[in-house]
Design a binder for this molecule. Structure first.
Ligand code: 5CA
Ligand code: ZN
Length: 418
């Protein structure tokens, strides 16, 4: 799929250190330092409603990570999927009387516009599940052949549903359930049931075994394949897309923390069972943004949409600054105060007199400001500290305003002057 336009990044003198970021599996900060090319996979949208601030925050997190990598001198290879066939999308299409393909196309286009307005770096490979059906079905065949997948008879469907055998995968692959999420089995069961899993499905070998392939039911979209007519389960899509485009053991797998379990844990399991290697070196997760007391989510409908803020005249840089005001790993609730604070901050940063010292003898070194910005971001993407560094530079003025402006543009993605 076509992604969106790439924002320009000004060149800066010198370079950042490789970033340290928090790894969910080991529960510690680790250096995300690739040998050469930084390979990043971030789970994309399920396109049945418009981009909200929670999505924007997650994609902004990995935009920052890429800006640090680029500034540290690495090349970046970034892949993202689109879950353009799944139950919630079909349910919304039926409820609104729209063809599911039209709904997905409309929402993908809106997402592209939102991402471009927010100056989010686009993926090199932007891949819809519906473009990968054959490869996914092949992967399911391989898992069946190796005895790591099994058929569950499905009387109301044209063929069998196919499930992943977690226990068999643990025996065959460098992977263990719980290794990434660190959750106990009761919590896994709860999250599995809440987040698209079917623990009570009759005929499964284990309650936590996930669906790999869903045989077609009456009226549901399906694709012919070597494993019968049907469509892919959720986790396998990300494993197959990531393996195809990024290869083995890539640098960082990212997404919101709602995906830690079951989605990321089981995508890693599928990939390990297919390739014999771990999926990624670092498993990174962004916090959840809430609104009106609950996690902002399309299914609940408590959304603040990027497109609606834009239509109301909010400068996308304000949205960026509002999100950057919170550390990416924290869970927080959006309020109008975030918007007000970010609006005031952008106005202050854009003031033509800002950064120019009233008294040259008190000016800060712009090179020093750049170094502080780099240190903050390389330290687990500490954007709130980075914003404070710029605020401080403004209150004193700097000896080279053009360098400070370029640093804010390149590292924080906020262009202050044209
Ligand atoms: N298509 C799947 C991933 S394969 C999916 O989760 N789609 S989504 O549209 O529901 O979410 C897209 C991304 O936004 C995911 O990385 C998810 O973790 C993140 N996300 C969703 N809601 C929030 C929220 N309230 N706060 C922060 N991030 C969120
Ligand atoms: Zn995913």
């Amino acid at each position: 799929m076509r992604a969106w336009i790439r924002p320009e990044i000004p060149a800066l003198p010198g370079h950042s250190n490789p970033p340290r970021i928090f790894d969910t599996a080991s529960q510690q900060l680790v250096e995300a330092a690739p040998d050469d090319v930084a390979r990043l996979y971030v789970c994309g949208i399920t396109p049945y409603d418009a981009t909200h601030l929670g999505h924007a925050n997650t994609y902004l997190t990995y935009d920052l990570l890429q800006r640090v990598w680029l500034d540290a001198g690495y090349r970046v290879h970034y892949a993202q999927n689109i879950t353009d066939i799944d139950d919630p999308l079909l349910e919304r299409a039926i409820a609104t009387g729209v063809d599911w393909r039209e709904l997905a196309d409309e929402q993908i286009e809106l997402f592209r516009q939102d991402m471009a307005c927010l100056s989010i770096l686009p993926p090199d490979d932007y891949v819809a599940v519906t473009e990968m059906i054959t490869e996914i079905a092949e992967a399911v065949c391989i898992l069946l052949d190796r005895g790591i997948a099994y058929r569950v008879p499905t009387p109301d469907a044209a063929g069998d549903d196919i499930y992943f055998d977690n226990r068999a995968a643990e025996r065959a692959a460098p992977w263990r359930l719980g290794e990434e999420s660190n959750l106990d089995s009761a919590t896994m069961l709860q999250f599995f049931a809440e987040r698209g899993g079917d623990p009570d499905r009759e005929g499964k070998r284990d309650a936590l075994d996930p669906l790999l392939w869903r045989a077609s039911r009456d009226g549901e979209p399906f694709w012919p394949s070597r494993v019968g007519e049907g469509r892919p389960g959720w986790h396998i899509e990300c494993s197959v897309i990531a393996l195809k485009h990024l290869g083995l053991d890539f640098t960082v797998q990212g997404g919101g923390s709602d995906l830690v379990f079951p989605h990321h844990e089981l995508s890693a399991g599928h990939a390990a069972a297919l390739s014999g290697h771990p999926l990624a070196r670092v498993y990174s997760h962004a916090g959840m943004i809430a609104y009106q007391g609950e996690k902002m989510s399309k299914s609940l409908g408590n959304l603040v949409k990027v497109s609606e803020l834009r239509a109301a005249g909010v400068d996308p840089r304000v949205i960026r600054l509002a999100l950057l005001g919170h550390h990416y790993r924290s869970d927080w609730e959006w309020t109008d105060a975030d918007l007000a604070a970010a609006t005031a901050r952008l106005a202050a940063w854009q003031d033509p007199a800002a950064l120019t010292p009233a008294d040259a003898s008190h000016a800060l070194s712009a090179a020093g400001v750049l170094a502080e910005l780099r240190d903050a971001l390389a330290d687990d993407l500490d954007a709130p500290t980075a914003l404070a560094v710029v605020d401080n530079a403004l209150s004193h003025g700097v000896d080279d305003p053009a360098l400070a402006v370029a640093a804010v543009d390149a590292l924080l993605g906020v262009r202050l002057r044209n």
